[in-house]
Design a binder for this molecule. Sequence first.
Ligand code: AMP
Ligand code: MG
Length: 485
Amino acid sequence: MGIPFQNTYAHLPARFFSKQKPAGTPEPVLIRSNPALAKELGIDPAWLDSPAALATFSGNEIPKGAEPIAQAYAGHQFGGFVPQLGDGRAILLGEVVDIHGKRRDIQLKGSGRTVFSRGGDGKSALGPVLREYLVSEAMHAYGVPTTRALAAVYTGEIVDREEPAPGGVFTRVAASHIRVGTFQYFAARQDTEAIQILTDHCIARHYPDAADAENPALAFLESVIRAQAELIAKWLPLGFIHGVMNTDNCAISGETIDYGPCAFMDTFHPDKVFSFIDRHGRYAWGNQPTIAHWNLTRLAETLLPIIDPEPDRAKELAKAALEKFIHHFQPVYLNHFRDKLGLSTDNYLEASAAFIKSTLGTLAQNQVDFTLFFRHLTLLAADDTRADLPSLFSDPQAAETWITHWKTFTKPDDHFTRMKAVNPILIPRNHRIEEAIQAAYQNDFSLFHRLADALTKPFAENPAYADLELAPHPEQCVKNTFCGT
Ligand code: AMP
Ligand code: MG
């Protein structure tokens, strides 16, 4: 019973982390745990409801085999470099090897102060815990690489935020928590030995093929570039905005990590941002590929000394690797949108690309709800009488014109099946998350559980969840979300 911990990261050199115990919580209550994920991790799902599990998920007991640490990292935050960030409110309990043989981290978030906490309290309000639970599990249901939610706990404490809020601890599972910022931490200290050790660790853990390459460090860089390019290419067709794509929130594994002020867009606009501090639109929906490339360039810089001892040669190799970003991004992005629109694959990719671009322009111009648009288009493709695209457009005539154009790109054979498989009926809409959080603050977790249940099958028709499909009324719109830090 319990979690069969291993601790490879905690056995790296001491300068990679600080040994750190969770603070503990007075009266923890388990809000939700994830039996399906537990099974995948080789943990008995029945254990999740035990007092021992609650003691683990609240940070009240260090489970047998765990060697808890706070990881050191740096990062560019909104373009400005901070040489030391680190786990200021998170503690890595350890790792498990899952039933597929994959090593996964188990981390507590919001479990108290660490040596990296700076002025912070190391805690988390319940709101961000519930938000990350919902959004990360939805991303998983869409097939997007992501960290996962194992458990959410209410701590029984009140934390000091803009408004006092109930505290929470989130138990997160990740392929690893190694970030671009982890490499930057050592590069800033000119610790090339550490960069080599970290690279070897990442290769063994995430990209074993790179070990056999002629230049493993370069092959590693290429692998991360590919993983990140494909990741962002999967975000955009969902209308997903990460919100804070700082280099410390950019995972080497290629998983989506650190859900803070993120959102799935309601009304489509490529310039949309969701973090109130992002005043210049650095992390806007349409800017995310550019930013990922920028972050990967920062990673490449840290690897130069181990790519080639000759600096100019190292730069040349890294530059060539970075140029491949777009070639990994483009086909995934275009094919995903092709499936969403039910475009015939007979069309040249370039023709589809132009149509996809003009479609997005039309959606922005007509203030169309992104998810409902693809939902209704899927209904239209199935000749379902519920299909009503014009009502989603500020100018209904523009919808008719667009539909006529669209029909020239489709073949009425197999496209409906493809569309259904990629156009979610349900997304965790911001106003719904907000509503669930507000109810939770009044000790009512029913809305949170309903949303979490619904989002396990976001492509399925389920009349019981029809209300969750709907776009917010203007007064329900949540313009920004906050990290709650
Ligand atoms: P994030 O906003 O999660 O990307 O965090 C950025 C940095 O701030 C990381 O080093 C966090 O550990 C730190 N941080 C965020 N919230 C807190 C908190 N409440 N207490 C201490 N450190 C925090
Ligand atoms: Mg972060």
